[in-house]
Ligand binder design. Sequence first.
Ligand code: PBG
Length: 331
Amino acid sequence: MSRSYPNTRLRRTRSFGWSRAMVRETVLTPADLIWPLFVTEGNGVEDPVASLPGVSRWSVDGIAARAKEAVKLGIPCIALFPNTRDGLRSDDGAEALNPDNLMCRAIKAVKDVCGDSIGVLTDVALDPYTTHGQDGLVDAAGYVANDDTVAVLVDQAINQAEAGADIIAPSDMMDGRVRAIRMALEMGGYHNIQIMAYAAKYASAFYGPFRDAVRSGDRLVGDKKTYQMDPANADEALAEVALDIAEGADSVMVKPGLAYLDIIWRVKQQFHVPVYAYQVSGEYALIEAGAEAGAGDRDALLMEKLIAFKRAGCSGVLTYHAPVAARLLNG
Ligand code: PBG
């Protein structure tokens, strides 16, 4: 029998809350959330990020406290990003390799208090450590040199692994870095450290508040278009994903989030691997500003955007709204 009115009234199952709950096709739980956190120097420091209302940079002790909070809320993973002190930034980003840098101290602090009750995801890229704000080593012509950068990224990843990172997340978009990092992890005996590849990362205007938070924006010379993807391309994103999986990624990321739901969908349909979306800083800021300007109820707006990622096929979402969303989900 064909589906036609009035045999079929699609409104029937929408009549009551209990019934809508029964036919709901996707669910969002705190386990779907990854909470990005900014680390800063000092002790007892909470330093609000002006362009990200509600988001702060925390000193290492505060990061450990946020990790405990995440565990309580049911958030399985946090992502760490350092706001490196000015004197420690250099052309070559060497501070990224310091075993006692801000990142490593934060990783250790979280692992000390939370152990295996939470995953720590760490960003591999040089931008929080370089004076020029680029993700890699810049040659005389101002070009970010691929292979030389990869060699440094491998050392950065191993530095993070030694500090206790659980998931290495290269966000630099150099070619071949996933294979190089995977080989180094295997040789170092880190057989179970995951790689979540920022596989399809676009040269986006939505990263502005993040660059404020790690203070890389003001120093950025030029743009990142020679390594991050052109927002006009989709087939190329599938090629990026294919390579990163072949090179040893356990999961892949699409970034930014909402403007790239088509990419998420295509990646999931084609590769059947865990896909994550990074709902980036500019997306967070727009929701907050929109709610402030009367565009809608902030909690409802943010939850609707988060369920969209699940519907598109995501296994989870990196979002600055993670603690707010988890609280709402936990009632
Ligand atoms: C650094 C990095 C960026 C983000 C995550 N890792 C910025 C950039 O590529 O310039 C952006 C995240 C956000 O905007 O929330 N490689």
